[in-house]
Design a protein around this ligand. Structure first.
Ligand code: 48F
Length: 260
C-alpha cells in the first residue's frame, strides 16, 4: 500500500480508537453534566477537582453556551464582584467597571472554562444531545443521549450514560428536568410551572445561586435551568450568578457523593 495511504489510515484509526476509548470510559461516571454553558463548566471543574469522574455532554459543536456572543453578539461578558475570586482562581482576566461590575473577554471566558474543565479531568463530549433520563428505584441513574445529528432525523436509538448524580445545566431548556416533569414526576406547585419570569438581573443572579440544588433524587439543577425549573426571573447578559451557581451545585453534589 502507498505510504500516503498508510498515513491516512493511521489518522482515521487514531481518531476512532481514541474516541471510542473515551466514550467507553464515560459510559459510567460519578457525575453527568448535561450542557456545557458557564454553570455546567464550572460545576465540571469543581467536581473534577474534588476527585470525581465527570462527563459533560454538550449538544452543540462548541461548548460554552451563551458566553460566546456576550450580548447582541458583542463578545464581552459582565461578571459582578462576588464571582471575581472564581475568575482569579481560574486565571481568567477581567477589567473593573463601576457598580461592582467587571468585563471579561467572552472568548477568554468560554475557552478558559472549557480548558480548565478538561485539565481538571472532566471528559467533554460535544454533539451529544441529552434527550431523556434514566430512573431506577425512584432515583435518577443517568441520561439517555444521542448524537445531535441523529436527533429528530433518523429512527436510530440513543445510548445511556449512567452516573451517581446528574446535573441539568442545559440553560433555558432544562432538558432533563422537562423529561421528568412531562411524566408528572416532579413535585410541581404553581410556582414551579417552568415558565421563566420577566427580566430582573439582580434578583435573577441571586435566585440561580440560592436555588441551585437537587430537584428529584439524583438530579440537580444549576444556572438558567434553575430559573426554568422554579420560574425564576430572566437575567440577561450577566454571568457571575451562572459561575457561582455551578460552584454551589458542585459543592452540594460532592457532599452527597462523598457520603455514599
Ligand atoms: O445556555 P447556557 O449558557 O446555560 P447556563 O450555564 O448559562 C446561561 C447564560 O449563558 C445566559 C445568562 C442568563 O441570561 O447569563 O443565558 O445556565 O448553556 C447551556 C448549554 O446546554 C446545551 C446548550 O447547547 C448550551 O451549550 N444544551 C441545551 N440543551 C441540551 C444541551 C441537551 N438537551 N443536551 C445537551 N446539551
Amino acid at each position: 500500500m502507498a505510504k500516503d495511504n498508510m498515513k491516512e489510515i493511521s489518522i482515521s484509526r487514531a481518531i476512532l480508537e481514541r474516541y471510542h476509548a473515551k466514550l467507553s470510559n464515560c459510559i459510567e461516571s460519578d457525575v453527568i453534566i448535561a450542557g456545557a454553558g458557564p454553570s455546567g463548566l464550572v460545576a465540571g471543574i469543581e467536581l473534577s477537582k474534588a476527585g470525581l469522574a465527570v462527563t459533560i455532554l454538550e449538544k452543540r459543536l462548541s461548548p460554552g453556551g451563551g458566553i460566546w456572543g456576550g450580548a447582541i453578539g458583542m463578545n464581552e461578558a459582565v461578571v459582578q464582584d462576588d464571582a471575581i475570586g472564581l475568575l482569579d482562581e481560574l486565571g481568567i482576566a477581567h477589567e473593573r467597571r463601576d457598580n461592582g461590575l467587571h468585563t471579561v473577554d467572552a472568548m477568554e471566558l468560554a475557552s478558559g472554562l472549557c480548558f480548565k474543565a478538561i485539565k481538571a479531568g472532566a471528559t467533554l463530549l460535544n454533539l451529544m444531545t441529552v434527550e431523556d433520563v434514566c430512573i431506577h428505584d425512584n432515583r435518577v441513574r443517568g441520561v439517555v443521549a444521542n448524537q445531535t445529528m441523529l436527533v429528530d432525523s433518523l429512527p436510530i436509538d440513543p445510548i445511556v450514560f449512567s452516573a451517581r448524580a446528574v446535573i441539568d445545566a442545559t440553560g433555558h431548556e432544562a432538558a432533563v428536568v422537562q423529561a421528568i416533569r412531562r411524566r408528572g414526576l416532579l413535585d410541581d406547585s404553581p410556582a414551579r410551572n417552568g415558565v421563566e419570569g420577566p427580566m430582573n438581573a439582580v434578583a435573577g443572579e441571586v435566585f440561580v445561586v440560592e436555588r441551585a440544588g437537587e430537584v428529584y433524587p439524583g438530579l440537580w439543577v444549576t444556572g438558567m435551568s434553575v430559573s426554568a425549573t422554579f420560574s425564576g426571573p430572566r437575567m440577561g447578559p450577566i454571568f457571575g450568578g451562572m459561575l457561582l451557581s455551578g460552584k454551589r451545585v458542585a459543592q452540594k453534589v460532592a457532599d452527597v457523593l462523598k457520603k455514599t
